[in-house]
Write a protein that binds this ligand. Structure first.
Ligand SMILES: [Zn+2]
Length: 338
């Protein structure tokens, strides 16, 4: 049985990884830290760089349960590590985010998991996603507090997603708000990975990548890598650039180089928050991400509040009028040149 089948059938216990056929070469120490959270630590230095302390890398997928391509990419990477065809150079934590929602093919069951990090889960009654956010925060803390991981100079977290909505830029990264500089080598890796755009947040939030950036100084981002389809329907060739870029990070190499037009940069200027049942978005449901909006256009309104485009260069990201009250129904962006 492959790893994806084992995960979806709830067949991986914390204590019986070998019986479940997830078995790595002796150069890799593997531990399941929680359901769907696999820690892999290299057990010997690569001969090419005997002095180098391993970096630390978290790759997460399926924080939204219906976003399956990243989950399939991660399971493929796990089998390459198992077979020894992909060498492990760095400390690696692989997180399969929302397994109950994955099993039902849904984005989430009770609450959007990617809004609950940074302790926000505490404001909700105990439910599937609020408990999962608590577990994941605790596991991430445990992971970073180990001596082998604490010694590493570089920490990165890539949280992989796909979208149902079409997008003018098919692949893009959302960088969490942070007061420190964004690391140049991290931005270079994003550039090399052939994605189309970067979006810089202007304020903190409850995302997984914001949590690891803010609390553990990781170079983190949410990566939107394409279209969401059910398990088994993904054409993984469409994600080859990101798969290679992730393999580069894991193996400590740089096989991928940019061969597409220059990366576009945007920053968030405003968030449209739905706070009333009267809320309405004045754009068609199928409006693509990064659609440019004309100056003066009223993009959304609700009781006592209206959002108008005040700059000639505003773009809409993640428009969704159907979110729960209190949640974000869209982000307004401007182009960002530095
Ligand atoms: Zn998502």
């Amino acid at each position: 049985m492959d790893l994806l089948t084992l995960l979806l059938n709830n067949k991986i216990g914390l204590e019986n990884k070998i019986e479940n056929n997830v078995c790595f070469p002796p150069t890799i120490e593997s531990t399941w830290l929680a359901e769907g959270v696999l820690q892999l630590l290299p057990q010997e230095q690569q001969p090419s760089s005997p002095e180098k302390i391993p970096d630390t890398l978290i790759i997460s997928a399926g924080i939204h349960g219906n976003e399956t391509a990243p989950v399939e990419i991660l399971t493929r990477i796990v089998s390459q590590l198992e077979q020894g065809s992909l060498p492990l150079q760095h400390n690696l934590l692989l997180v399969f985010g929302n397994l109950p929602a994955m099993r039902e093919g849904k984005r989430y069951l009770d609450h959007d998991l990617n809004r609950l990090f940074g302790g926000r889960y505490q404001q909700l009654p105990l439910a599937k996603e609020s408990n999962r956010a608590r577990v994941l925060e605790s596991v991430i803390r445990q992971f970073f507090n180990q001596p082998a991981v604490m010694a590493s100079a570089q920490r990165r977290h890539l949280d992989l997603h796909t979208a149902i909505r079409g997008s003018c830029h098919e692949q893009f990264a959302l960088l969490p708000y942070q007061t420190r500089e964004y690391a140049a080598d991290f931005l270079q890796w994003l550039d090399d990975s052939n994605i189309d755009a970067l979006v810089f947040h202007n304020t903190g939030g409850g995302t997984f990548s914001q949590f690891t950036s803010e609390h553990f100084n990781a170079d983190s981002c949410t990566l939107e890598i394409g279209k969401a389809l059910p398990f088994g329907q993904n054409d993984l060739a469409r994600f080859r650039n990101m798969t290679t870029a992730l393999q580069d990070l894991i193996a400590g190499r740089s096989a991928i180089k940019r061969d597409k037009p220059a990366l576009k940069r945007y920053r968030v200027v405003d968030a449209i928050i739905k706070q009333h049942a009267s809320f309405q978005l004045n754009i068609p449901e199928e409006t693509k991400n990064f659609t440019e909006l004309p100056q003066g256009f009223e993009i959304a309104r609700q009781q006592n509040q209206s959002w108008k485009i005040t700059s000639p260069a505003n773009f809409i990201l993640f428009p969704n009028a159907h979110v729960a009250i209190g949640l974000r129904a869209g982000l307004l962006l401007e182009k960002y040149c530095c």
